[in-house]
Design a binder for this molecule. Structure first.
Ligand SMILES: Cc1ncc(COP(=O)(O)O)c(C=O)c1O
Length: 391
């Protein structure tokens, strides 16, 4: 998304940004609903199920809206499964590359679909599985297909030596009679080309195994709400796959459901000059936008341009001690002032779920921008949230 596309966002009036306490995440309900409408269309035309991957976005306040469209949640372990069961309802799926002692037994009370990472894991857990006849068991396979569009090997589930999914040479050891779901997750911020290619790859290379199951879960990474993603192509690929194999299909995107659906608003706390102008914010890359450093990438700022594009250029940084706590370098029409609000866009995916309190930096408020332009504060954080995690 280019800065000029910001009119697409719900920012015609950003008065709320001037009055909101900062730092704050702001879920834009209108944008979320627009994203969900595309998910609903994919479901309607393909008959697939769509789950929310709560690892990317877990805001219970948004779940009532999401629950109207989505079939449930997919978790990365016990706690997320519990969150899905207690706060979202509907189906709970769970996959982890390894389960802690007793975790699978506990998961049987939280999830109806448990996915394993290898034939040996399923075999080891057969006693638990057999004690719960209603449980649906999945095997995650490594399809040997890479399409991650960002972060290189860091975000490619099929990178060399990946610990995710049973490799092809192990699949004949899977106790297929126990398995209902074949699962594969190989994408990351992928366009429809990636989604379609993955589906066709699995059909071509793993057809014999697909015929052993009732459901195929094509994982996450389908960037269905990114401009340019042609959902018609995805729908056609799912329909062709279902016709060929007579199976149900599940998708479990996270980012793709909440892309461009909210903001992180920070304030300018102070300035520093060291050859360049630096604005220090109450929002931090290290604590509030870890993907900015991990991917890495430079988030968009409402009203700002690239360095030098507008008259006043600043490096924006957080107040932690980490030298690399730099969000990026931007230019503005007017000089910044202390107290000015800085609105970072596309801040709902893998943002607040990854927050930390390094340096005792306050956690941003969680807020919702309602369709009528009002803000609801879902949760504010304080010293206690920092203190309790320290024992
Ligand atoms: C197994 C699995 N499913 C779904 C997802 C969600 O992916 P995304 O948020 O890219 O759609 C992930 C992300 O890591 C994943 O590991």
């Amino acid at each position: 998304m280019e800065l000029s596309d910001l009119s697409e966002l719900n920012l015609q009036t950003s008065d709320w940004a001037q009055t909101i306490a900062t730092p704050a995440y702001v879920l834009d309900v209108a944008a979320l609903k627009r994203n969900l409408a595309r998910a609903a269309e994919i479901k309607r035309q393909s008959g697939c199920k769509i789950l929310l991957a709560t690892k990317a976005f877990a805001l219970p306040a948004a779940f009532p809206i999401m629950r109207e469209v989505l079939d449930g949640t997919t978790a990365s372990g016990e706690y997320e499964a519990r969150l899905g069961q207690e706060e979202f309802g509907r189906e709970v799926h769970v996959y982890s590359p390894a389960y802690a002692p007793g975790e699978v037994e506990r998961l049987t009370k939280l999830a109806q679909h448990i996915y394993f990472n290898s034939p040996e894991q399923i075999i080891k857990n057969l006693p638990v599985i057999r004690r719960h006849p209603g449980l649906k068991i999945g095997i995650r396979i490594n399809p040997g297909y890479s399409n991650a569009t960002l972060g290189g090997a860091l975000y490619d589930p099929c990178a060399p030596y990946s610990r995710f999914g049973a490799t092809r040479d192990t699949l004949d050891r899977v106790p297929w009679d126990e398995v209902e779901i074949l699962h594969t997750h190989a994408l990351c911020e992928s366009g429809h080309e990636g989604s379609v290619a993955l589906i066709e790859h699995v059909a071509r290379e793993f057809g014999a195994y697909v015929r052993r199951v009732k459901v195929v879960n094509f994982g996450g990474g389908h960037f269905i709400n990114k401009p340019g993603y042609d959902i018609g192509k995805l729908i056609a690929a799912i329909n062709a796959f279902k016709t060929e194999f007579n199976v149900d299909v599940v998708l479990e995107p996270g980012a793709g459901l909440v892309v461009n659906a909210g903001y992180l608003v920070g304030s300018v706390l102070d300035f520093h000059h060291n050859e360049k102008d630096i604005a220090i914010l109450d929002a931090s890359a290290s604590t509030h936008m870890p993907d900015v450093l991990e991917v890495p990438y430079t988030p968009k700022v409402v009203g700002a341009g690239k360095p030098g594009e507008k008259p006043h250029t600043y490096i924006l940084g957080g107040k932690t001690c980490m030298t690399g706590d730099i969000i990026g370098e931007y230019s503005f029409d007017q000089p910044l002032n202390i107290g000015d609000r800085i609105i970072f866009t596309d801040m709902m995916q893998y943002s607040f779920v990854k927050n930390n309190t390094f340096n005792g930096v306050p956690l941003p408020e969680l807020t919702v921008l309602n369709e009528n332009g009002t803000i609801t504060v879902v949760r504010s954080f304080g010293y206690d949230d920092f203190r309790y995690r320290l024992g």
